[in-house]
Design a protein around this ligand. Structure first.
Ligand code: SF4
Ligand code: SF4
Length: 422
């Protein structure tokens, strides 16, 4: 557990942070899981109360908290509207760790250990998983419930949800290219971009080179988000220390193109509240971390040159919109290239139901949120929707295919690349 959190009101113990919730209910309508279910336990207020009771040792049946805490999207929409900025998502993660009592699910524990001890083996296993998926073997294993027998129902759902897997990871592609040695920026390869959407990383690099000049794309550890959310905090700390070390020695921006990983990189100081030196190094690192959409100045981009016609809209990643407050930046870029073809979604930036492993762990609730999101996209009559997180990309690819095939989704960097000279 972290035990102490960095909140909008300063550093607080878990208990004090949970106690900041006055139970006013102001956040309820901002919470997608409460709106979808109408259940108090599935609201921010309910979840804060559960975590507080866990901390007080007053929950007679802690397993009853499992559903309420595991079904939180960690979207932080509640914190954004909360007068006291209660960090519900962080508290939910602490509550989940208390329920696990330091024993994560074996597959999460294994992945977390591999990322620390043997990242090359982790990468090789994912590459083989991608191959099995392309050959249809993973789909067969899912259909014949083999993964369910192994205690991996969420993985079964994830495989059934997943579209095509790439034949090469982004790292493999970059290893075949001449090494980049520029100093204008350093690219952070996120796992989603590396393993599932390498074309997004290629587009991001192309756009960064065209607009900011030459940079680097070094090999580096995983940011630690997977370990933090599903494995062990200590593994997340180890990966964070290695990441900071890897990017130290320069003051150029560190740019990522998945908003979830970028948000986690920006939260590094919270991992080191009791380690003075590492906290300082984490704070220095964070001043350099940028979401891809934060690095672009519309003045540096060609204007109105995207070749396709039709309405274009933007889906905010929760981890960009809430917490990081990245709202205007991607829109400024979209409008500079899309002009009056751009339309806003009318859903107030609600979560699409992707949320990392949420869509695999809670497929029915995820589908309720996905259908709402696709409905909002269809209301704009868009033929193109832009996203900035790989989890959202996965979810929207699936949702558009089923519910609104007239529209397709691209990462913002892919869409911008379409406007660049080839
Ligand atoms: S989380 Fe904030 S907005 Fe929600 S009930 Fe608690 S104090 Fe009120
Ligand atoms: S983080 Fe999102 S899903 Fe979780 S309680 Fe807050 S608004 Fe609801």
């Amino acid at each position: 557990m972290l035990e102490r959190l960095l909140t909008e009101l300063g550093e607080r113990s878990d208990y004090d942070a949970a106690s900041q919730c006055s139970r006013c209910g102001y956040c309820e309508q901002a919470c997608p899981t409460y709106v979808a279910t109408g259940r108090e336990a599935m609201s921010p207020r309910g979840r804060n109360q559960i975590v507080r009771s866990l901390l007080e040792g007053k929950l007679s049946d802690p397993s009853s908290a499992e559903e309420a805490l595991s079904s939180c999207l960690l979207c932080s929409a509640c914190t954004t509207v909360c007068p006291a900025s209660v960090p519900t998502a962080d508290l939910v993660l602490e509550g989940r760790r208390m329920l696990r009592e330091g024993k994560p699910h074996w597959i999460a524990a294994l992945a977390s250990r591999l990322l620390v001890e043997n990242p090359a083996l982790f990468e090789a296993l994912i590459r083989w998983g991608n191959r099995f998926k392309r050959w249809g073997l993973a789909g067969l294993a899912a259909r014949f419930k083999i993964l369910r027998v192994l205690g991996l129902p969420a993985m079964e759902t994830a495989i059934l949800h997943m579209g095509e897997t790439p034949s090469q990871t982004l790292r493999e592609i970059l290893r075949e290219q001449p090494e980049r040695k520029g100093g204008a920026w350093a690219y952070f390869t996120t796992c989603g971009t590396n393993f599932l959407f390498p074309q997004v990383g290629k587009s991001t690099l192309h756009v960064l080179e065209s607009s900011l000049g030459e940079g680097t794309a070094p090999e580096h550890p995983c940011c630690g988000l997977l370990s933090f959310n599903y494995g062990s905090v200590e593994d997340a700390r180890t990966l964070a220390r290695r990441t900071i070390e890897k990017f130290e020695g320069s003051d150029c921006p560190v740019v990522g193109d998945c908003s979830s990983c970028v948000a986690f990189l920006k939260s590094y100081p919270q991992l080191f509240l009791s380690e003075g030196e590492w906290k300082k190094r984490a704070e220095a690192f964070v001043t350099r971390v940028r979401d891809f959409s934060e690095c672009l100045d519309p003045k540096d981009l060609p204007t109105g040159t995207v070749s396709e016609t039709g309405t274009v809209t933007l889906h905010d990643a929760c981890r960009a919109r809430n917490g990081q407050g990245i709202i205007d930046e991607p829109r400024a870029v979209m409008r500079s290239l899309g002009g009056d073809r751009c339309r806003e979604l009318g859903d107030g930036g609600e979560c699409c139901g992707g949320a990392g492993a949420f869509s695999a762990m809670h497929p029915e609730l995820s589908d309720v949120l996905l259908r709402k999101k696709i409905g909002a996209i269809a209301d704009t009559q868009a033929s193109m929707v832009l996203a900035t997180s790989t989890s959202c990309l996965l979810q929207l690819v699936r949702g558009l295919k089923v519910y609104y095939p007239e529209c397709r989704v691209l990462h913002l960097s892919q869409w911008i690349e379409n406007s660049l000279p080839k």
